[in-house]
Design a binder for this molecule. Structure first.
Ligand SMILES: [Zn+2]
Ligand SMILES: [Zn+2]
Length: 305
């Protein structure tokens, strides 16, 4: 089968590789009908996250059809159309039962203290072959795969693999209450869904910050008030829009590989803080230590305060 294979930093190839086989009774094999590229894949390719084992198939977002199931996948059948959540979880440990699938005690073969297990990630995250392939092996398929109704298209369902839930989780832990003014930094795919999610939680005003015109345009179409950080100092602009009061909630939808203002009134301040910015980047993505603990496989870390 064909698959997108990681060979090294800056070196991925569409290779012919052997098809996956059922290894455990809880496995399923799916034929991918849709797969997506996430910002996290770019981290692997750029080397922001190290520790990728050459030969690993990339990708952790997918929709497909079940081709084969193990004897202990009792809730699904061959032919079912499913969306694949990006993280892998057993479904029976205490963390899974409480809803913390990313903290599963059993899915990561490196043991209880290892980080989140997910498709197409580093050696420390499994490694598990990913979903940018014609076929994939899905461990703990009974707990992970979500059966799709006919009405939901592949293009809609693929967003439920990672990007929409990542953003929704950010809006959820932001504890938005009806009428809140919410600032969202970053208007990539996760940022756009953070806007949608903030709206679902009843936000009154949403202020979205980015610099890429197409992203700002989409944010505006979704009803956000937009700020270009290269044209204005975003902090001053937020102050002006809220009569100096500021916002009630902030969602950080940028994560690593972040950019800082390089023109306009905020650029000078950003230059002064460049060293601190680099230190923070080093803390978030320590290139020297690929064995670092848990991290969310979305292309954003959603930090809320
Ligand atoms: Zn992703
Ligand atoms: Zn578990």
């Amino acid at each position: 089968m064909k698959a997108v294979v990681f060979h090294g930093i800056g070196d991925i190839r569409l290779d012919n590789v052997p098809e996956p086989k059922i290894q455990e009774s809880t496995d399923a094999i799916i034929r991918l009908t849709s797969s997506a590229i996430c910002g996290t894949d770019l981290h692997m390719i750029r080397g922001t996250f190290t520790g990728m084992k050459p030969g690993t198939i990339l990708g952790h977002e997918g929709v497909g059809i079940i081709e084969e199931i193990g004897s202990n996948v009792r809730n699904l059948k061959v032919g079912d159309r499913v969306v694949v959540p990006s993280t892998i979880a057993c479904g029976y440990c205490s963390y899974c039962r409480t809803g913390y699938h990313a903290q599963c005690d059993n899915a990561n073969p490196h043991g209880h203290n290892a980080g989140t297990a997910f498709f197409g990630g580093s050696e420390a995250a499994g490694p598990f072959d990913g979903l940018q392939a014609e076929y994939a092996r899905i461990p703990y398929a009974n707990a992970g795969l979500v059966k799709l109704p006919k009405e939901v298209t592949d293009d809609q369902a693929i967003l439920l693999s990672d990007i929409f839930p990542t953003a929704y989780f950010g809006a959820d832990i932001a504890e938005i209450t009806p009428g809140d003014t919410v600032a969202i930094f970053g208007c990539g795919p996760v940022g756009q869904f953070a806007i949608v999610s903030a709206r679902l939680f009843g936000a009154g005003r949403i202020i979205a910050v980015d610099t890429i015109p197409s992203r700002l345009e989409m944010a505006r179409d979704l009803g956000a008030e937009v700020i270009d950080y290269n044209a204005e100092d975003p902090i001053e602009a937020i102050g002006e829009l809220t009569a100096g009061i500021g916002v009630d909630r902030v969602i950080e939808a940028v994560g690593v590989d972040a950019n800082a203002p390089d023109s306009g009134p905020a650029a000078e301040k950003a230059q002064k803080e460049a060293q601190q910015f680099q230190q923070q980047l080093q803390q978030i993505a320590p290139k020297t230590n690929p064995q670092n603990g848990n991290w969310h496989p979305g292309n954003a870390f959603l930090i809320v305060n």
